[in-house]
Ligand binder design. Sequence first.
Ligand SMILES: Cc1cc2nc3c(=O)[nH]c(=O)nc-3n(C[C@H](O)[C@H](O)[C@H](O)COP(=O)(O)OP(=O)(O)OC[C@H]3O[C@@H](n4cnc5c(N)ncnc54)[C@H](O)[C@@H]3O)c2cc1C
Length: 478
Amino acid sequence: MDSLVASLKDIVGSEYCLARDEELFVYECDGLTLEGTRPLAVVLPDTAEQVQATVLACREAGVAFVPRGAGTGLSGGAHAVPGSVLIECSRMTRILEVNVTDRIAVVQPGLVNAALSTAVAPHGLFYAPDPSSQQACTIGGNVAENSGGPHTLKYGTTTQHVLALEMVEPDGARVRYGSPTGFAEGFDLVGAIVGSEGTLGVVTEVTVRLSPIPEATETLLVVFPDVPSACRAVGQVIQTGLVPAALEIVDQRTIAAVEDSVYAAGLPRDAGAILIAELDGAACALPPEVATIRELSEACGATRFQVAANEQERSDFWRARKGAFGAMGRLAPDLYVHDAVVPRAKLPEILAAVCEIGDRYGLRLSNVFHAGDGNLHPNISFDRRDPDELERVMKAGREILETCVRAGGVITGEHGVGIEKRDFMKLVYEDRDLLPMLHLRDAFDPQGVCNPGKVIPQTRFCVESNPHARGYDRVTFE
Ligand SMILES: Cc1cc2nc3c(=O)[nH]c(=O)nc-3n(C[C@H](O)[C@H](O)[C@H](O)COP(=O)(O)OP(=O)(O)OC[C@H]3O[C@@H](n4cnc5c(N)ncnc54)[C@H](O)[C@@H]3O)c2cc1C
């Protein structure tokens, strides 16, 4: 492997190929910290040519590779597999083009999500997908995970905003898919690559749709006695046909963690739950919409209704919401962030069931979630050094997912499958339903060298999807 590392240093420069133990230590995992694997090396390319040369060098050495952005993923998608090279795109941060007339931007994959909206704001434009991690996560990672965020309710997930891609495929070819027009002939392969969790190749360029900054925005903070009544209000709002930009619920435990942290925004500590609602659009359209939300919330038991008085207050509300996961670091050494989706109408009963599961297992469970999308994030704070607690965390997590699936939901809304949910795919798919995904992946990567072992479960498919079972880690690629 020394000769591979030497080739990689030639490609990117020795400063940008990390191979010492103390350098690799921090790359053992992403945001899923429960397990991890130290990679053979980490390469930080600067250009698509360097990505391509890296992929070719890995192939020649018979070594698997894993694309990586900022490592904020929560399902282990960017974890190394044993003996693999991580291709981290975080130096590829250039905005290659902004076309204001067509409202598109062409960017490198390592650009941080929030940096794009900041850069295009002077043109009256923004990039709509806004994961709560947007100050750190990259556009490449967002594409791979089809990331959402609080504003998914109105603006959709990443897939609605990606028009074209360039990708280095697992055989080293550099290929373009899609078109800046948003239309393309034949199969929608951009659609297939978005959300494929880095298993089909390394994305090296992304053409995204930009949206006009709305004329007006109103951000509301509504206090409820408990989470189920806040959920009922969300259902009522959606039923009217109104499409707010965001409808987010934060529970009492999360409020306390946020208020004790640097993200504190003066949220009411005595609230059972708060709903953060945002409306945007033409200025004249918003007052009646605000009134509708107020009326429906009060009918569902809201005890306080506040409209952000200015931009500072608005950004305080969002800083508190988006900093919630970080604030939970105060509660315990470890945090397991779950991510399931249920039909919105079932939110009150599912939330009650999720809390019952947490209590039954004696766990510290909190909820902060994209209520308008039915996208739950039950968060379990725990200490992995306590094996009994860890076991309860895993059992409760499985029960939560099973409960959501029984309600007609799915096992991930935005954090992806990775390794975390891979074996739970059987909760929602029969073996034969998984075959098309397996065949698609094999069409791009017949030798299973690009982020192997992720997304597709390994039980029935162990021979096809496990690189070790196939001996891929031992054979030389042609
Ligand atoms: C505090 C916090 C809040 C979060 N909030 C949200 C949220 O609101 N919504 C949401 O959707 N997610 C959220 N996430 C999860 C995470 O931030 C997203 O999944 C994000 O898109 C990951 O981006 P990244 O750059 O960190 O990618 P990484 O974690 O590095 O990688 C994620 C996946 O993308 C692949 N990948 C990365 N770059 C490329 C590339 N160039 N080509 C091909 N594949 C690539 C990797 O192989 C991996 O499978 C949150 C995470 C944290 C820690």
